[in-house]
Write a protein that binds this ligand. Structure first.
Ligand code: ZN
Length: 390
């Protein structure tokens, strides 16, 4: 089945705002509409092949629409405005385990304060279906969301509230990669969404379905695969504790006097700092974001003179801070001796980069390992065919 017109291959350059990318198309720099509000950090890396469709409407400002991006040779569809077309096709071809025999009787279904994607019917049973497009995945695990979604959390709570035996609520996560075997809410990025999902577990049917986009951006319904949700990971690890990475940019070479370290010279560039909080991780990160505070940690001195780019929580019941520092140290361009590591044996917890680490593919691989991949080994989950839901 085809969902897109003819596309052309371009190379990603930058994303000047949420809904626009620039890319190089046959050597010419063009702008394209990006119909996807997600962060897409690990997909939109400089030089990544993106597939753009020419816009036929001459009144539109942007002459192209970004449809998909290539990651490790596979097409990942970014066009969220076509997500529901794909979902409808999978329902109508009975390709979603658990939804066989249902037919779509309504779309854009108003309920309470929200609108849900589809109302399905099978005999006298009704099923309210919400669809989410999922492009965040590591080697074995797909995750959602890739940015905080309070709307998504509200949807889950409402769906749980409305679900009855005659009228079921379900969420379809449409995963744009055939590779993962497991699905989890991304509790590192959005703790509230993950909590809402765990709370709704008995009342809402969750259907993480992975699809494979072919090279011509067509899809076969027979290749759709239902992933497993390892709930035990959420039951154990879903806590506001763990460690975090702060990514800062220091605009110029700077000399600072930093508490016990004394006089310190810092090169201009990007910095990644690793810290941890045994509780209230969210509050700790917010403290780093603020400029006005009493200086307490080494990082407070650097924070005062640099630009705060992003904080990346890595939630876990395990103590990962020093392992993460060691792994990051091996890929950094330089490290700052003794910085942030007074309480441990690490040479440093502060690492410098010439370029923004968020634009480096191996940085995201490392982050995803600590955030999610390691849990597959820790909980000894093995790949096996997903069981069909009852
Ligand atoms: Zn350490």
């Amino acid at each position: 089945m085809e969902f897109f017109g003819q596309t052309e291959k371009a190379l990603f350059i930058s994303r000047p705002n949420r809904f626009t990318i620039t890319c190089s198309l046959n050597g010419t720099i063009v702008s394209a509409f990006l119909p996807n509000p997600g962060r897409l950090w690990e997909l939109l890396l400089p030089g990544a092949p993106v597939y753009v469709e020419r816009v036929k409407d001459p009144s539109r400002d942007l002459r192209f629409t970004a449809v998909a991006v290539e990651r490790e040779g596979e097409r990942v569809v970014l066009h969220t405005l076509r997500t529901n077309d794909v979902a409808r096709y999978l329902v109508e071809t009975n390709s979603i385990p658990g939804l066989e025999g249902y037919e779509v009787i309504q779309n854009e279904v108003p309920r309470g304060h929200s609108r849900f994607d589809f109302l399905l019917k099978k005999g006298n049973r009704r099923l309210l279906l919400e669809v989410k497009s999922c492009t965040l995945f590591s080697k074995r695990v797909a995750m959602f969301p890739d940015a905080v979604t309070s709307r998504g959390t509200r949807h889950l709570r409402e769906l749980a509230h409305m679900s009855t035996s005659r009228s079921i609520s379900a969420v379809l996560f449409l995963i744009h990669s055939p590779r993962p075997d497991f699905f989890l809410p991304d509790f590192h990025t959005d703790l509230e969404f993950a909590r809402a999902m765990l709370d709704a577990r008995e009342r809402v049917v969750f259907l993480p379905v992975a699809v494979r986009w072919r090279r011509d951006l067509s899809l076969r319904s027979s290749e759709a695969k239902l992933l497993r949700i390892p709930w035990q990971i959420l039951e154990k690890e879903l806590q506001d504790r763990g460690c975090y990475l702060l990514i800062l940019r220091l605009p110029a070479d700077t000399e600072l006097r930093i508490g016990s370290l004394g006089h310190v010279r810092l090169r201009s560039g990007f910095y990644a700092y690793i810290g941890s909080a045994r509780k209230n991780l969210f509050r700790r990160i917010e403290r780093h974001r603020r400029l006005r505070k009493k200086f307490f940690w080494h990082i407070d001195f650097l924070r005062a003179v640099s630009e705060f780019l992003v904080a990346l929580p890595v939630r876990s019941e395990d103590d990962l801070e020093c392992d993460l520092a060691g792994a990051l140290g091996s890929m950094a361009d330089w490290s700052q001796p003794g910085f942030g590591s007074s309480d441990c044996h690490c040479p440093s917890h502060l690492f410098g980069f010439e370029n923004d680490p968020l634009n480096i593919g191996s940085f995201h691989t490392l982050l995803q390992y600590f955030r999610i991949e390691r849990f597959i080994d820790k909980y000894q989950l093995i790949r096996k065919p997903a069981p069909s839901p009852k």
